[in-house]
Design a protein around this ligand. Structure first.
Ligand code: ADP
Length: 483
């Protein structure tokens, strides 16, 4: 059992329209990926509960939207404070169900909470505007109003932050939200709902429904009351949900897969580039959609970079996320391990060399050795598919034009990174990369203040920043005549 200061945060129940539904013997087991132990159960709910939650959300939303932005902001601010007060417990729940090291999990709680804090502040800045009219007796006014009832579906890699990044702007704008968290990591979501109640989120405004993804998803996408679906997950499921939303013309927010290039030019500060590559590639064991998936290194520094990276990574310990000093936890499940192993086998069968790791870890279970591959080429699966695991494939390149073309040769367009100290090149490459986000001489770009999102098949819309609030609001045009 997880040791918590406040054991009531680990609740084996869903919150549906203001009512808690406890898990019974049909409940779904949630396991700790580091040990395989069952942490607890959550209810196995479906369409009916989703429909009830949406109806309750509609009622709650109308009253919530009528409150002042400052009033909503105060509730959000209390929610933020409670998350930070319970950072240790929320971190422990997260590590238990997701596997990431405890320090990283607590970091995610602070990062997740920062979206609630940011949007509590932004709530009062949903400014409209007045435009000079097109006739002497007319004026044009634009106001922003909440979209209404929002459905959210979130993944297991950031069980806290992927929720707050959606819930923060939704509640700040005056929307209600019905959430389906990933089945691997529901307890982090439920703990957020417990704290949301304590903070004063009105009954029905925020529902957390666990159970059948398909059944819950069908209701969320087909229900006419839901005005927007916001989803973070795979491109495959995102495309399916997009299609399911078409008949009811919902607004969509989609944060989908990536295939991030990390480019190191000859003129880079090499030690800084190595340091960042470790973070950009191996954070959360490579299981983030902004993780560097392809590392391109210019010929002049390729061997040195590969050596330095291997030395750094080899020194980082793998183990149970609750143990002191661990950097690499387990992968989320066996399917994740299989995919990583397949990518390594595919690369080596086509001529790549394993310079570090390369196989299932001696710890067994879903632990995989942090891996570095050299001599990687465009015909290997790692070049086109998201590995979502601890494998750093190093591609060698000669010219700027060649690497920009290679970096853009993918249907994805979420995050990208490059290291260079040449100012003109920094501009050229930043503008040429077909990505929603570019990290220049940094491997860490996500923050509440900045717009997170992708182009091409990586998604629609932006989360975080002042634009993140707009994604949960509609523009209304008022034409005033007879002046
Ligand atoms: P991942 O590979 O990261 O698990 P998924 O896209 O499969 O990505 O899952 C992301 C979220 O989408 C999870 O909450 C999952 O339960 C949910 N999901 C998966 N399949 C469906 C579906 N058919 N309808 C609705 N949601 C789904």
């Amino acid at each position: 059992m997880i040791k918590l200061n406040d054991p009531t945060l680990l609740r084996q129940a869903s919150l549906v329209g203001g009512q808690w539904i406890e898990a019974d013997d049909t409940g779904l087991a949630v396991t700790n990926p580091a040990t395989g132990e069952v942490i607890g159960h959550v209810p196995n709910l479906g369409r009916n509960e989703t429909r009830a939650a949406i109806a309750a959300a509609q009622t709650a939303q109308k009253a919530w939207a009528k409150r002042t932005a400052k009033d909503r902001a105060q509730v959000l601010r209390r929610w933020f404070d409670l998350m930070m007060d319970h950072q240790d417990d929320l971190g422990a729940i997260l590590t238990a169900e997701q596997g990431k090291p405890l320090a990283e999990a607590k970091g995610e709680i602070a990062y997740g909470a920062s979206f609630i804090e940011w949007f509590a502040e932004e709530a009062r800045r949903a400014y409209g505007d007045v435009t000079p009219g097109h006739a002497p007796d007319k004026r044009i006014i634009t106001i922003k109003q909440p979209i209404g009832v929002v459905a959210a579906i979130t993944p297991w890699n950031f069980p806290n932050a992927m929720i707050t990044r959606k819930a923060g702007p939704a509640f700040a704008a005056g929307c209600a939200m019905v959430l389906k968290p990933a089945s691997q990591t529901p307890f982090s979501a439920i703990a957020l709902a417990v704290l949301g109640e304590r903070a004063g989120l009105p009954a029905g405004l925020f529902s957390v429904i666990t159970g059948s993804a398909r059944a819950i998803g069908v209701e969320m996408t087909g229900n006419q009351t839901v005005q927007k679906l916001t989803f973070t997950g795979s491109t495959e499921i995102g495309a399916m949900l997009y299609a399911q939303c078409a008949p009811t013309i919902k607004k969509l927010g989609l944060e989908l897969g990536g295939n991030a290039p990390f480019i190191v030019f000859n003129d880079a500060d090499l030690d800084a580039a190595v340091e960042s590559a470790v973070i950009a590639k191996f954070r959360n064991n490579g299981q983030t959609c902004v993780c560097a998936n392809r590392i391109y290194v210019q010929a002049g520094v390729y061997d040195t970079f590969a050596e330095k990276l291997a030395t750094k990574v080899a020194a980082l310990p793998t183990g149970n996320g609750f143990d002191e000093g661990i950097i690499f936890g387990p992968l989320i499940d066996q399917a994740a391990v299989d995919k990583v192993a397949e990518h390594v086998t595919d690369a080596t069968s086509k001529g790549a060399t394993v310079t570090l790791g390369g196989k299932v870890h001696a710890l067994g279970g879903t632990f995989f050795e942090p891996t570095i591959l050299t001599g990687v080429t465009a015909d290997m699966a790692v070049a086109t598919e998201e590995t979502f695991g601890p494998v750093a494939p190093l591609f060698k390149f000669d010219t700027e034009a060649e690497v920009v073309a290679a970096a853009n040769d993918t249907e994805f367009g979420l995050a990208s990174y490059f290291y260079s100290r040449d100012l003109a090149r920094v501009w050229r490459v930043s503008e040429a990369l077909e990505y929603g986000m570019v990290g220049i001489n940094t491997g860490l770009i996500s923050t509440a203040e900045a717009p997170f999102g992708g182009v091409k098949m990586s998604g629609l819309g932006r989360e975080g920043s002042r634009y993140g609030l707009d994604d949960f609001m509609e523009l209304k045009y008022l034409c005033m005549g007879g002046i």
